[in-house]
Design a protein around this ligand. Sequence first.
Ligand code: GAR
Length: 217
Amino acid sequence: MDRLSLGVLASGRGSNFQAIIDAIEAGRLNAVVKLLVVDNPNAFAVERAKKHSIEYLCINANEFTTKDDFFLGIAEELKTRGVELVILAGFMRIVRKPLIDAFPHRIMNIHPALLPSFPGLHGQKQAVDYGVRISGCTVHFVEEGMDTGPVIIQAAVPVSPDDTEDTLSGRILKLEHRIFPEAIRLFSEGRLRVEGRVVKISGYKLDDGFVVNPRLS
Ligand code: GAR
């Protein structure tokens, strides 16, 4: 099977980007990252791209008249490179219509909470402040709106009353690094189909849709 062409968008340290690179290099994911786009020139994700000889671009939103133009600009760069699936790996902006229309149900996001709980910034802090007993992370297809769209994989972690935003974030991040490459692998194998707001996974096994007990991992 041909390798799936990925475009990655990131704003910060890029540890999820690294997890995807590692999965590819370990032969667990039949894909190639064609382009990294950052919206912030100081994003550490750029260092990771350099180290792995991946092309990168810093696209400054302030150089565009409107937000829609900014996202159209990104879509054009991705299309030019033959990108088939767009990965939001800690990309801290709400994606606008021109990019979504260019890649319908071909944009995946990871979020550090069990959506639809705690969307937006600091999903882990929101979970600690709310006092939930279980939180986790979600990979979903992107639609217009913040952290909305059909869920592909979720992973759950227990939350202790002693947890802080930092301790919970660390526990969740380990699972993010597992489920994001896994969701991309399911896509690359042509096993994901969106029906309404539900993602159907063909040849579904219990482990495909979620990971529950991090103590087993
Ligand atoms: C991750 O925890 C990701 O889930 C979160 O940003 C972090 C990026 O880390 N994304 C969101 O909150 C999206 N709403 P990384 O740059 O090390 O991958």
